[in-house]
Ligand binder design. Structure first.
Ligand code: ITT
Length: 194
């Protein structure tokens, strides 16, 4: 069975990744203790995912998997994008980031609130070699937060082709079945089989 170390320092992301990857037959190893957050200094999701995966693979001496995700809002020219984690400023909470997106969309009509999540997942070996895959979920931004599940921007993201619920109104299993991260993780499993 293939063993993978998760590079993420975000417990919510780790829990979603663990659920999907263990369902696909992978064994999930511990992120090395004492390894701080890896600074996301690149300006693309791919660059940051590769960076995080390589740092953790080297530290763990094992295959590492890193996720970098962004919310891209059409009416905001793709913002917050790569800077989704710190959109309301360094160390911003999820609620503060969501509030900034909603404030910027205050005067934007429902049919112009299109957005998508994009996740890039990189897998790296201790020798620095790496590959990557991605997953995209299309949808729109709700007028106000709704739902108690998930994390980050889930409370305001309404996936296309569902019944109008936000991602935070879906169970963890329902979210993983359709989400940007779920899609990227299933693509990763395919990649690792080849
Ligand atoms: P690591 O880099 O340690 O993995 P992070 O929290 O910095 O964790 P990202 O840079 O990928 O992770 O996350 C960017 C932002 O997007 C951050 O504010 C998250 O809360 C949010 N986010 C990521 N995945 C999300 C999802 O599935 N649903 C809603 N928001 C999400």
């Amino acid at each position: 069975m293939r063993r993978l170390v998760l590079a993420t320092a975000n417990a919510h992301k780790a829990s979603e990744m663990r659920a999907v990857l263990s369902g696909l037959g992978f064994v999930i190893g511990q992120r090395p203790e004492g390894l701080g957050e890896v600074d996301e200094v690149e300006d693309t999701l791919q660059g940051n995912a590769l960076l995080k995966a390589r740092v953790v693979a080297a530290a763990a001496g094992a295959t590492a998997v890193a996720d970098d995700t962004g919310l891209f809002v059409d009416a905001l020219d793709g913002r917050p994008g790569v800077y989704s984690a710190r959109y309301a400023g360094p160390g911003a909470s999820d609620a503060q980031n969501v509030a900034r997106v909603l404030a910027e969309l205050e005067d934007v009509a429902p049919d112009r609130r299109g957005a998508h999540f994009r996740t890039v997942i990189a897998v790296a070996e201790p020798d620095g070699s790496a590959r990557w895959v991605e997953g995209v979920l299309e949808g729109r931004i709700a007028p106000a937060p709704r739902g108690a599940h998930g994390f980050g921007y889930d409370v305001v993201f309404i996936p296309r082709d569902l019944g109008g619920e936000t991602l935070a109104e879906l169970s963890a299993q329902e979210k993983n079945a359709i989400s940007h991260r779920g899609l990227a993780l299933r693509a990763l499993a395919e990649l690792l089989r080849t």
